[in-house]
Design a protein around this ligand. Structure first.
Ligand SMILES: [Zn+2]
Length: 71
């Protein structure tokens, strides 16, 4: 499966909680974090997702996170 689709699904699974790029990579065993960050950033420009500074539900760190908007 394409990494973009996997990231998309992972974020939706955690809705309404937000995930940071690092945890997205770890959850998917995807170690090219730069790519994952780019994909998450691209998703953040769509109306389906919201990317902003906030708390990640997994690592509890305050950083840039992404969440899926309610449908
Ligand atoms: Zn995190």
């Amino acid at each position: 499966m394409l990494i973009g689709q996997r990231i998309n699904d992972l974020i939706k699974e955690h809705r309404p909680n937000a995930l940071c790029d690092k945890c997205i990579c770890e959850e998917l065993d995807y170690y090219s974090s730069a790519d994952a960050a780019l994909i998450a950033e691209a998703l953040g420009t769509t109306p389906e997702f919201d990317r902003r500074r906030g708390q990640c539900v997994l690592c509890q760190n305050e950083r840039i996170v992404i969440r899926a908007n309610p449908t």
